[in-house]
Design a protein around this ligand. Structure first.
Ligand code: FAD
Ligand code: SF4
Length: 504
């Protein structure tokens, strides 16, 4: 038997089993990387996403080569042609691949006509394997993230004081998520100058015109494990102490606040979840950092991220087509060009995404996702857009975050109520409304904020469905304060808004 290893573009780690199991034999084992331009044509990806993935692949391939692995790097239109050639040239009889996290890619590999056995090895890049998550989920009546997170804290003994949570509580969000104060002094994100490999990828993407979405330069992301570790160290040193307090705040021109910016690297395999959690927990003990920030951050990586991955595998393929509210509006043109909206919150957030391929969680959930939800945009259209636009997007993390959390299209598998809000929330958590063409307090009239008329129209339209959720009753009781006449005006503003939209 001759073994060959195919390294996938989102598993750039020597810890994956195909590499760690064969370490002692590395000089004899052929390893292949494939950049397929056909695959990336499926989505109009942000150009910085393409640069990140291909540059990180090229760097990782060079590192393996320097470590004496027998590396082949192919740039091709598809996957099958270079694979077949390489398998034949090296007489490979068993192709080892880390099981792809994304279902569509797993299906694609299984459909390839290859003249050898394919051995999928377990993906060890999460704290909970998908089988462990499914066992946990099958043992529960309800799938609450908070229950899962507590189970993880106990299982991996993180922030524990014996059998009790450190400080006596599991969750310190009461001290987190404050509105932004004026003149906050935020840390600048750590940036990296493109090296020769990255510059070559940038030039090639410009030349080949794989996508025209998003600014390609300046490109400041890390592209190697070593650089990603610097991002983690910088976060722990400079941002972690304040992370929790302003986790949900949004400020004009402040793209990253105290957020970690580690998701692109975690999702590519350049960082491991356990090393992040350990670095943060160690800093807590060594520097006596505020527990609200430390616990709040660990909950993101150990709770939310693992939970989203688990739910993706717990659900079947049909999850991606969920549409509980039966929303079918198309994607407005301004999602592809921020200059085409005069709603300041959307304009600021979409401009930022165009410039960096990044937005923090509340910008994604409460500005972009919230707008799509209350305006009635198709969950699949908005999911496609998120998948194209964000630097850290992959199918497993998109389905759960966009279809489930953002759009509530799964009818409550993942969240107990929809994340829907009016301008009131955006005004409280940001400074966007102060500079907007619209009036944040109006839900009718010439300057009515679209977040307001869409919000009330959403509640009114889906009143019966929302009633069944129980947790929406208080919100729904406010509908009584609005007269039928006013609802007529609200719904005509919503209809008029759609009539005036250019569709992308
Ligand atoms: P921080 O705020 O510093 O958080 C730390 C880490 O926690 C993140 O890096 C991430 O690894 C993890 N995390 C926190 N929440 C989640 C979550 N809900 N799901 C998965 N991981 C989480 N995350 C992605 O990795 N890729 C995506 O494409 C993506 N799309 C999203 C779309 C929507 C509509 C929403 C609501 C959330 C999405 N998220 C996605 C989750 C979250 O917003 C990002 O992980 C986070 O903003 C990344 O920035 P950061 O590294 O600075 O995160
Ligand atoms: Fe957004 Fe409305 Fe505030 Fe303008 S007024 S920034 S549209 S929420």
């Amino acid at each position: 038997m001759t073994i060959g290893i195919w390294i996938l573009g989102d598993r750039l780690t020597t810890k994956q089993l195909s590499l760690s199991n064969n370490q002692s034999n590395k000089q004899q084992i052929p390893v292949i990387f494939i950049e397929s331009s056909e695959y990336v044509k499926q989505h109009p990806y942000h150009r910085q996403k393409l640069v990140l993935v291909w540059s990180a692949m090229r760097h990782f391939a060079a590192e393996l080569e320097a470590d004496n692995w027998k590396v082949t790097y192919k740039i091709a239109a598809d996957f099958a042609t270079p694979l077949q050639d390489w398998l034949a040239t090296n007489n490979i009889t068993e192709l080892q691949i880390t099981t792809p996290c994304d279902r569509p890619f797993h299906n694609l590999i299984q459909s390839l006509d290859l003249n050898c056995e394919i051995k999928f090895l377990a993906d060890n890049h999460f704290l909970w394997s998908k089988e462990e998550f499914i066992t946990w989920a099958n043992s529960r009546k309800r799938l609450l993230m908070e229950d899962f997170y507590r189970e993880g804290r106990k299982r991996f003994n993180i922030l524990m004081d014996g059998k009790k949570p450190l400080g006596g509580k599991w969750n310190y969000d009461k001290d987190n998520r404050k509105p932004p104060k004026k003149n906050l002094s935020t840390p600048s994100p750590l940036t990296f100058e493109p090296d020769a490999i990255t510059q070559e990828v940038i030039d090639w993407i410009k030349q080949e015109k794989f996508s025209d979405y998003g600014r390609i330069e300046p490109f400041n992301w890390a592209v190697t494990r070593q650089q990603a570790q610097q991002v983690l160290t910088y976060f722990v040193q400079e941002c972690l102490p304040q992370f929790g307090t302003y986790q949900d705040a949004m400020v004009t021109g402040e793209y990253t606040m105290w957020h970690s910016l580690i998701s692109p690297y975690l999702n590519l395999g350049l960082l491991e979840p356990r090393e992040i959690i350990d670095a943060v927990e160690t800093a807590y003990y060594q520097r006596e950092l505020p527990l609200n920030s430390v616990e709040g951050f660990i909950r993101q990586v150990m709770g939310w991220r693992e939970y989203m991955h688990g739910i993706y595998h717990f659900q079947d393929e049909n999850y991606s087509q969920s549409n509980w509210f039966e929303h079918h509006q198309p994607l407005p043109e301004f999602f592809g060009d921020a200059s085409k909206t005069d709603m300041n919150c959307l304009h600021q957030t979409l401009t930022q995404v165009e410039e960096t391929a990044y937005g923090h969680h509340i910008q994604r959930l409460m500005v972009l996702g919230n707008f799509a939800l209350i305006a009635g945009i198709s969950p699949q259209e908005i999911e496609n857009w998120f998948h194209s636009a964000f630097i850290d997007a992959y199918d497993w993390v998109m389905q759960t975050n966009v279809i489930g959390m953002g759009q509530f299209a799964d009818g409550g598998v993942l969240a107990s109520k929809p994340y829907a809000a009016s301008a009131n929330y955006i005004n409280k958590m940001s400074d966007y409304c102060g500079n907007c063409h619209y009036n944040k307090s109006d839900r009718t009239g010439d300057r009515a904020c679209p977040f307001n008329f869409f919000y009330w129209d959403f509640l009114h339209r889906h009143h019966e469905r929302l009633k069944s959720l129980g947790r929406m009753n208080l919100v729904l009781s406010h509908l009584k304060r609005i007269s039928e006449n006013e609802f007529g005006e609200i719904s005509s503003l919503a209809r008029k808004w759609w009539k005036n939209q250019q569709i992308s």
